[in-house]
Design a protein around this ligand. Structure first.
Ligand code: SME
Length: 161
């Protein structure tokens, strides 16, 4: 069993604690699905004001739904489509303050108002993306981006099986 004290009052501390939890839970495990499942659950537990948190994996050239928390979501996303596809295409984080203003946004949950998608890169390969949705407008900022990019950098080498 894993149990964590989550202090949501201070964003840098929250992301430092999240990274430590991700590190502890994934460090001895190479299975990609197990590690993505636990990281989705940790993000859901640590990060407030989310309605979806999870992964899409690169499978045969398209993004395929992976472990997540939240409502059932669209299963396949072509590279270049939606916020996830844009992050995969650019291999760069997409920080979207208003999803309704993002051309081609894919609404898996009508409650989503803002979104951040971080690519999962390892040794020059795109493994997938981490996607967080919020019902709050402009929920994510540069501190969230830095914290989630650090999580992805720690996780990506631990998705080898
Ligand atoms: N909104 C995403 C689709 C995935 S769901 O939010 C879980 C997008 O535009 O790519």
């Amino acid at each position: 069993m894993f149990s964590f004290d989550v202090d949501q009052s201070n964003k840098p501390a929250l992301y430092a604690d999240l990274l430590a939890a991700v590190d502890a839970v994934t460090q001895d495990e190479p299975d990609a699905i197990a590690n993505m499942a636990n990281v989705a659950a940790l993000i859901w537990e640590f990060v407030p004001h989310l309605n979806w948190a999870g992964f899409y994996r690169m499978v045969d050239g398209e993004l395929v739904l992976g472990p997540f928390q939240g409502k059932a979501a669209c299963i396949r996303i072509p590279v270049g489509r939606g916020v996830c596809g844009a992050a995969a295409h650019a291999r760069a984080t997409q920080l979207v303050k208003d999803v309704h203003a993002f051309p081609g946004h894919i609404a898996c949950d009508a409650a989503s108002a803002s979104e951040i998608v971080v690519p999962l890169m390892h040794e020059g390969q795109l493994l997938g993306v981490l996607d967080l949705d919020s019902p709050n407008a402009a929920r994510f900022d540069e501190e969230d981006q830095a914290g989630l990019e650090a999580v992805c950098a720690r996780l990506a080498p631990r998705l080898s099986k």
